[in-house]
Ligand binder design. Structure first.
Ligand code: SF4
Length: 132
């Protein structure tokens, strides 16, 4: 199985605990989160709509909500992508191990997670905040 994931969603998946923008979104997120834990899954990384966005009610005409919000989201993606090789197709397990080693403090995610509305629901962000 091959997943396409945008940069900042690599962090969102680490913190996901069942919440989302709609029932369909949350169900798809559960499936993607399951697949990314399989040895047989590979991941291509991007800064555009991905396998999570495809079930999101906020995706409109290929943009996340509107031009302004989409620019914010793409910038978040690029903060993650600049630490990785976006030309590569990663083994999912190895990719998420790499994510753990790169994004291991609250400071390391500050530019990415700073404005996120899911702070209080995100296990990943909470764990990094508590480690500080
Ligand atoms: S469309 Fe926007 S809010 Fe929806 S999953 Fe994609 S990046 Fe997140």
């Amino acid at each position: 199985m091959k997943l396409i994931l945008r940069g900042h969603h690599l962090l969102c998946l680490k913190g996901f605990q069942g919440y989302g923008y709609s029932k369909e979104f949350a169900q798809n997120m559960i499936e993607v989160n399951y697949l990314r834990k399989s040895e047989n899954t590979t991941v291509c990384i991007t800064d555009s709509p991905d396998d999570i966005c495809k079930s999101c009610p906020n995706l409109k005409n290929g943009l996340c909500e509107n031009e302004l919000q989409n620019t914010r989201i793409v910038n978040m993606d690029r903060e993650v992508l600049k630490k990785l090789d976006s030309s590569k197709e990663y083994n999912a397990i190895e990719l998420f191990e790499k994510i753990d080693s790169i994004f291991n403090s609250k400071d390391s995610v500050s530019k990415i997670c700073f404005n996120c509305i899911w702070h209080d629901k995100c296990l990943f962000y909470q764990k990094l905040s508590n480690n500080r």
